[in-house]
Write a protein that binds this ligand. Structure first.
Ligand code: FES
Length: 576
């Protein structure tokens, strides 16, 4: 019989000597599970986002098996369960519309089941925040384990990076510099192993955030998916989560304000994705940690970019791992007093204890703090009459000569209008113009798609111009680059000032001054506001309708208003 002295959450299911206990154990035994596994040992959920529709996570059944080995070895009882998977490349309209839905799946799956601790298998962009957010709302002991990046892409002797080279090749095709046949040939060369995008895009950024937040074991971010050491890490995660249950090391003891501050600075140092801004704001909201959009600017402002990785630089995640990975970056920050050294991590040690001696093997890839790769690594938060609640720009991916710019607006009312108009030979546009895209925010698209780095008109590209100022309420792929103002809040579809911009208006961007101004008088803006009406909701039913009604704006992380906060993991009432 179960050992009643070792009462855990799972004991409420498996530890009872009555008909309910019989039912809970009996049906599980149809999987060939022996009685001793129900003796009160920690039950470890392995929350798996495996899916063949999510190619970045398609190897996760192998990883889950390695986690199980570690769990068994440490005396735990592993139980793998699936949750909604979010594959960045296939899902429409955009995975971001489903991040919160997946987080609800995670939260309710954990709360409804006999789970004492959980391993979160994450990889493709949104799977990481979705699983962290869902688990945060339950606040059990949890470790996130990333699936690892793909091996470096290689095409005709050149290193090519996920996403980044899609944008580059696409621009080359449009400019007549690459044939369509060569474009097609590059496909298999870019994605040549298991794993997620190997640029410092959103997936690698979020894997780095997992490590900087203390939610993953050291080296989580960079070990390639195809490297045997990724499986070793999975094994160790399995061992460690069992200990965490014994220690009652819950997420709320790890995800403190200090952890978020460390993550913001780490994001600056790695030249990380702007998407991390939204995801960490949402995660902090679930944890009840006071953490705002302005913290991103304030904490990241003096952090240089140390890591020379695409899209801002030259190398890829495989190189980053060989150079020392995130521990080497965190050490640089710690030595400059830019790390909350006492922040707890999932291995039970303070973050500084994990990284104080971390070596760097290649300074060309991970620069020293006093010889940075780029002087500005953080996220610039812009405000002004065009973005009263904020907008963001990634300085390390922008063109220095465009960081202070005043130009004439060329306006696209939504993504369809952009597609129909951008390559119209009669479009009145030149490289000094500011491209403005509306109605691509959380409510507008819906789901705030990654279209903010809209391609330049072909006639501009053919002039050899590769960057222009672009402004929208959309997001941008972490693999993209350019002088791109994103996340303008409030969004156009919610009646933000962005909705009022018209062709020919003058817009002033001043990144150093953190300002974004529309040079149109208040009287004229009021007239336009009176004439404006909200676009109709995208759907009258289902998830899209619920999402549209309840999604918060980007400055609050785009969570649903009723999901903010945590309710812990109380054991629900019995089902019969
Ligand atoms: Fe999955 Fe980039 S598409 S991580």
């Amino acid at each position: 019989m179960p050992d009643e002295g070792r009462k855990r959450r799972s004991t409420e299911w498996f530890g009872k000597a009555d008909k309910d206990g019989f039912a809970h154990r009996s049906w599980m035994k149809n999987q060939g599970l022996p009685q001793h596994l129900f003796d009160g040992r920690p039950v470890i959920g392995i929350c798996n986002t495996w899916s063949e529709l999510t190619p970045c996570n398609a190897h996760f059944r192998v990883i889950a098996e390695r986690v199980k080995r570690g769990v068994y070895e440490a005396g735990g009882f592993p139980l793998e369960f699936p949750v909604m998977s979010l594959g960045e490349t296939l899902m429409r309209p955009t995975t971001m519309m489903f991040r919160n839905l997946a987080s609800m799946d995670v939260e309710e799956s954990i709360r409804a089941n006999p789970i004492d601790g959980v391993v979160l298998l994450v990889g493709c962009d949104k799977t990481t925040p979705a699983l962290l957010m869902g688990a945060a709302s339950c606040d059990l002991p949890a470790i996130a384990l990333s699936g690892g990046p793909m091996l470096n892409g290689r095409y005709r002797g050149e290193q090519i990076g996920s996403g980044t080279h899609v944008w580059k090749f696409d621009a080359m095709v449009k400019a007549g510099e690459m044939s369509m046949q060569d474009f097609m040939d590059a496909e298999a060369s870019m994605s040549r192993s298991i794993g997620h995008c190997m640029t410092m895009g959103t997936a690698s950024t979020m894997a780095s955030m997992v490590e900087a937040l203390g939610m993953g074991l050291p080296t989580n971010a960079a070990i390639p998916a195809a490297d045997s050491r990724r499986n070793t890490l999975a094994h160790l995660v399995g061992r460690r989560i069992v200990e965490m249950v014994e220690e009652d090391l819950r997420m709320s003891k790890v995800l403190t304000r200090g952890a978020f501050e460390n993550a913001v600075r780490a994001n600056g140092a790695i030249g990380g994705s702007t998407n991390a801004v939204i995801h960490l704001l949402a995660l902090a909201g679930r944890m009840g940690v006071h953490f705002t959009l302005d913290d991103w600017d304030r904490l990241g402002r003096n952090v240089p970019c140390l890591v020379n990785l695409m899209p801002s630089g030259q190398y890829l995640m495989e190189d980053f791992y060989y150079a020392g990975g995130l521990p080497a970056v965190l050490r640089e920050l710690g030595e400059q007093g830019l790390l909350d050294k006492g922040a707890m991590t999932v291995n039970g040690r303070a973050i500084w204890d994990n990284v104080a001696d971390a070596p760097c093997y290649e300074r060309e890839v991970i620069h020293a703090f006093d010889q940075p790769f780029k002087p500005h690594g953080g996220i610039a938060v812009l405000r002004g009459n065009l973005a009263p609640s904020g907008a963001v720009l990634k300085p390390s991916a922008a063109s220095p000569e465009l960081m202070t710019h005043r130009g004439r607006a060329v306006v696209f009312e939504d993504i369809d209008h952009y597609r129909a108009r951008v390559d119209d030979p009669d479009l009145d546009i030149d490289p000094s113009c500011v491209m403005v895209l509306k109605n691509c925010g959380p409510k507008g698209y819906p789901g705030m798609a990654e279209v903010g780095n809209m391609a330049l008109p072909q006639k501009i590209l053919k002039q050899g111009v590769t960057d222009m100022v672009r402004i929208s309420d959309a997001r941008m792929s972490g693999t993209a680059y350019g002088t791109v103002v994103l996340h303008v809040t409030p969004e156009a579809a919610a009646g933000g000032p962005l909705a009022l911009v018209q062709d020919g208006d003058m817009i002033a961007l001043d990144v150093e001054g953190r300002s974004l101004q529309l040079d149109v008088g208040e009287e004229e803006l009021a007239r336009r506001r009176d004439a404006w009406s909200a676009p109709p909701p995208p759907s009258a039913r289902g998830w899209a309708q619920l999402y549209h009604r309840h999604v918060n704006q980007a400055d609050l992380g785009c969570d649903l208003d009723f999901l903010v906060g945590s309710s812990g993991a109380p054991v629900p009432r019995e089902n019969h």
